[in-house]
Design a protein around this ligand. Structure first.
Ligand code: G6P
Length: 608
């Protein structure tokens, strides 16, 4: 989703800014733009499509800037077009502004500004902000910004520059992240730490409501009352980590293949074999509080929601704690009852998903303890939670989540074990659980070795326009995740369903052109899903099974089978979804869709 980058310093400003902006490409966007000041003039370039298009044009026209702000836009208000791309300008083109988030009262503000004679050039909600600040400007930019902010309703991270202040960028954060990057004699602003890779050495996160005035050799931070705030900077972790695709054609494929390693690192130093339990160094919650947990609410969106769904099954079954997984965007508008002993787990790869952040803030305000499961260090959710259990999967660039999902399931498994061992689970049973969990990376390896066979299968089915993905128990969220992969990167209509529900309606859609991918690895319900698949076969529906080695009876039903190693029901979903990821990837490759940055999608969804 939208990304902001700003630069002021001695290096080539255009190059540095575009380089930083490119690091935000992975978030998903449909247009981009840069604006800056040079020799007292406000100059800019905006383009629809990839940043490289803008880069080529600014190179050709020889754009030079002394200070710059830039943005990647993921369209919300108004289609992707040059007019709607950021930065936006006031009528005199003295002020330029980029924005992440949504201004909810933009219509009222637009009407008010129109009455004052302001001319609008875009359909965006953002444009009202720049005109509003301009309208309030009486020679003191900071004062004008401060006066405008209380009039804005919604979420926003802003970066802005003014011709009268050619040596400063103002940054604002309000329920949308923005960080100040500190270098030597140079300063940066970005909405995502990844943009600082290889540049800034230290970082300061703005808290919601804070405003930063950034100059080449320093910065000042103010609260909403315009009082100066003193904040400590932090050293950037992994600042030198430059990520490349290596030998892989896409980041997505690379990340699929990184899963054995990512899983090992999620488990590393967290297993206590001797006692058959788990530990998390970052879990800063008293054991007595964990022992007192009577109910768990898991909040998440998208792929993380499916990982949470698996967590729901596991926590109830193994730790025997009533657990409910909730889609954050729905949950945030409920008025839930949070009795004492409620633990909230927020799962988010990016740690920035606006809905999950809002839902979890609400529960925190109601007094619940919140544990985050995140991949991105120092992300908003990770920082605001009482404790964060990091995935340690390494940065995930592909918009569709792969290695983060399987790592999420691994971390939830360990957390389940910890809670279960504090309750009734015996040491022996805990040891068996751990032993099996530690074999999962090898099981994933075994699936990856079948990549060629899965590619052949993908070619066979790539022309189908509708798919069902079926599973039962642990495989039900696995089926929904498998279907989501196919939707996201191959743009195919795929429905994930609990197999037992097919007869209540969806089976009407089955015919010879609608294949069913069946995740049959849940042994407890294995016989049941075989019957459900017989019903599909009876209606000429092709069946592709993802079955555990040694499963009997599936060969007679399925048209094609991807074999996965046999393991406990809780963990079988991991190799099964890896098979789904590969299948979706190769179908997408066959159909020629954009895989790493699929159309319309964003990696980090920072708006509602
Ligand atoms: C977007 C991404 C998905 C992701 C979801 C939740 O839709 O494209 O891959 O699962 O957001 O993101 P989170 O960062 O909270 O896990």
């Amino acid at each position: 989703m939208c990304g902001i980058f700003g630069y002021i310093g001695p290096n080539n400003v255009v190059e540095t800014t575009i380089k930083g902006l490119k690091k935000l490409e992975y978030r998903g966007y449909d247009s981009s733009g840069i604006a800056g000041i040079h020799d007292g003039k406000m100059l800019y370039n905006k383009q629809v499509g990839k940043i490289s298009k803008m880069e080529a044009e600014v190179e050709q026209e020889g754009l030079e800037l002394d200070i710059a702000i830039a943005q990647t836009r993921w369209a919300t208000h108004g289609s992707p077009s040059r007019e709607n791309a950021h930065p936006h300008f006031n009528n005199g083109q003295t002020l330029a502004l980029v924005h992440n988030g949504i201004i909810e009262n933009h219509s009222a503000l637009r009407d008010m500004l129109l009455k004052k004679g302001v001319v609008f050039h875009s359909e965006t909600d953002t444009e009202v902000i720049v005109h509003l600040i301009s309208d309030l400007y009486r020679g003191d930019l900071l004062k004008a910004v401060m006066a405008a902010l209380p009039l804005l309703k919604g979420s926003y991270a802003l970066a802005l520059i003014h011709r009268d202040y050619p040596d400063q960028i103002i940054g604002v954060s309000h329920e949308s992240p923005l960080a100040v990057g500190i270098g030597i004699g140079e300063m940066f602003l970005a909405s995502d730490l990844h943009a600082f890779t290889g540049s800034a050495r230290e970082v300061i996160f703005l808290d919601s409501g804070e405003v930063a005035v950034v100059k080449k050799d320093g910065y000042e931070i103010y609260d909403s009352m315009m009082s100066p705030v003193s904040k400590e900077s932090r050293e950037l972790i992994g600042k030198a980590e430059e990520v490349t695709r290596g030998k892989f054609e896409h980041y997505t494929l690379k990340e699929i293949f990184e899963q054995p390693q990512a899983l090992r690192s999620a488990l590393s130093a967290r297993c206590i074999d001797e006692y058959g339990t788990a530990k998390f160094d970052s879990l800063d919650i008293e054991m007595s509080e964990l022992l007192g947990v009577k109910r768990i609410i898991i909040l998440a969106c998208g792929t993380s929601y499916y990982a949470g769904f698996i967590g729901e099954y596991m926590l109830e079954e193994i730790a025997r704690i009533p657990t409910q997984v909730e889609i954050s965007s729905e949950y945030r508008y409920k008025n839930p009852i949070i009795p004492n002993g409620t633990l909230v787990i927020a799962i988010s790869q990016s740690g920035e998903t606006a809905d999950t952040l809002a839902a979890f803030r609400e529960l925190k305000a109601k007094g619940a303890t919140v544990i985050a499961i995140c991949n991105v260090h120092d992300s908003s959710i990770a920082r605001e939670a009482d404790s964060c259990l990091y995935l340690r999967a390494g940065i995930e660039i592909g918009v569709c989540s792969t290695k983060a999902f399987t790592s999420q399931v691994a971390v939830i498994s360990l957390f389940t074990l910890l809670l279960a061992r504090m309750r009734h689970l015996s040491r022996d049973d805990g040891q068996v659980f751990l032993d099996q969990l530690k074999k999962v990376p090898d099981h994933v390896d075994a699936v990856l070795q079948q990549a060629d066979a899965i590619q052949a299968l993908a070619k066979k089915y790539a022309q189908c326009e509708n798919f069902f993905y079926l599973g039962r128990r642990y495989m039900y969220p696995g089926a929904m995740e498998g279907a989501l992969k196919l939707k996201e990167i191959a743009y195919i209509n795929a429905n994930g369903y609990p197999a037992g529900e097919m007869k209540h309606g969806p089976i009407a859609l089955i015919n010879q052109d609608c294949p069913t991918v069946a995740l049959t690895g849940d042994q407890y319900t294995y016989e049941k899903i075989l019957s459900n698949l017989m019903e599909v076969k009876a209606r000429q529906g092709p069946v592709i099974a993802i079955a555990e080695e040694g499963s009997e009876g599936i060969e007679e039903i399925a048209d094609d089978i991807i074999w996965i190693p046999s393991t406990r029901d809780e963990f079988s979903v991991i190799p099964a979804t890896v098979a789904c990821q590969l299948f979706a990837y190769y179908v997408a490759l066959e159909r020629g869709t954009e895989i790493d940055q699929p159309r319309n999608l964003a990696k980090s969804v920072t708006v509602e």
